[in-house]
Write a protein that binds this ligand. Structure first.
Ligand code: KG4
Ligand code: ZN
Length: 337
């Protein structure tokens, strides 16, 4: 079965072709980062307009890269939510129209589920059940994944998502948007022993997160050292250490509590090298194995949508004649495939 995946939930237009026998045949991502940079964040109206400009050329390009024609497709998957409604509508409209014209099924995919299943696109794929840490710009979730559609959310952020915290701290340090990768680069030059930031919510039981306090802590430290240019890198390092440590502590707890021996890291923050390194140690100490998709499959992409769509089509997902998209769509609303 050959499935085209279309991702347009936020500021990346992602398209891919997944073949159930041959794996990923083609995959392209167009990032709108430059477009939104001057505003310091994603501007929804600009995002949807840019998806309109890019999605059809990207579909053509990806089909060519995959060496396949539209007629060889067996289904089309698109992100139905959660995300920016205007952006979602672009991908949904194109995917549904194309599928209708070709006489093949279309399936609306949950973006979070797609992130959770992204490691399945790699040669070394985890078996179920596994524990997944999903850390992106919009979400911070610890999920027990027992199978496709069988998710138990064990912990989540009560305020800012981990990626959002990175982006906000980066802004306070006058770094360019998007903040995560820029802060990581700056932190590499930082002294880990100069500042120590708190590890929020690690002093009490439970697997939930809270990152908004770290933002305040960053702000006060930046202000207190405004006349010392060398402090910026040290603050970035202290911030990153605190986030990474906090995520690692909760992952260790979740591995202990569930007895699961596989840990998957997904979402944009999963591209952070220090987080990967720390989680590798955490997993080793717990006799667990760490899995993560390659960095380009950690951030938003069409490949994970194509794969999740294939899982759903195999499970018999059928789309109603009318279509909708949804800004909010929690994992708990999904049923097993
Ligand atoms: O998964 P993603 O591409 O989009 C969402 O669905 O949100 O994640 C984007 C988030 C942004 O907040 C970005 O700053 C963060 O992931 N991010 C990083 C790194 N690369 C991306 N955060 C920390 N370190 C990185 N290397
Ligand atoms: Zn995402």
């Amino acid at each position: 079965m050959r499935v085209l995946g279309v991702e347009t939930s936020c500021d990346e237009t992602g398209v891919a072709v997944y073949d159930s026998d041959q794996g990923l045949l083609g995959h392209t991502v167009y990032s709108q980062v430059a477009l939104h940079a001057e505003y310091g964040g994603v501007v929804p109206e600009l995002a949807s307009r840019d998806h309109i400009r890019k999605v059809l050329p990207l579909i053509e390009e990806t089909l060519a890269q995959a060496g396949t024609t539209k007629d060889q497709l067996d289904g089309i998957a698109y992100t139905r939510g959660p995300g920016l409604v205007g952006s979602l509508l672009v991908g949904a409209g194109v995917a549904r129209s194309l599928a209708w014209g070709l006489g093949i099924p279309a399936v609306g995919v949950n973006h979070l589920e797609a992130h959770l299943l992204a490691p399945m696109l790699e040669d070394e794929r985890p078996e179920f059940p596994f524990l997944a840490l999903l850390v992106s710009g919009g979400h911070t979730l610890l999920v027990l994944v027992a199978g496709v559609g069988r998710y138990r959310v064990l912990g989540e952020s009560l305020d800012d998502a981990a990626g959002e915290a990175f982006d906000k701290a980066a802004k306070l340090l006058h770094l360019s948007y998007p903040g995560g990768p820029a802060l990581e680069r700056l932190a590499r030059e930082g002294d880990p022993n100069r500042f120590r930031f708190p590890r929020p919510m690690t002093d009490r039981p439970g697997l939930d997160f809270s990152f908004s306090g770290l933002k305040t802590h960053t702000l006060t430290t930046v202000r207190a050292h405004a006349d010392d240019p060398s402090a910026r890198a040290d603050i970035a390092r202290a911030f990153q250490d605190a986030v990474v440590d906090t995520l690692a502590i909760k992952c260790r707890r979740a591995l202990e509590q569930t007895g699961v021996s596989r840990l998957v890291v997904a979402g944009g923050v999963g591209a952070n090298a220090q987080l990967r390194e720390e989680l590798r140690h955490t997993a080793e100490r717990q006799n667990a194995r760490l899995y993560y998709p390659r960095p380009e499959l950690c951030t938003d992409n069409g490949a994970m949508i194509a794969y999740a769509g294939w899982c759903r089509l195999m499970g018999g997902a059928a789309e109603p004649a009318e279509f909708d998209v949804t800004a909010r769509w929690p994992l708990s609303a999904l049923r097993a495939a």
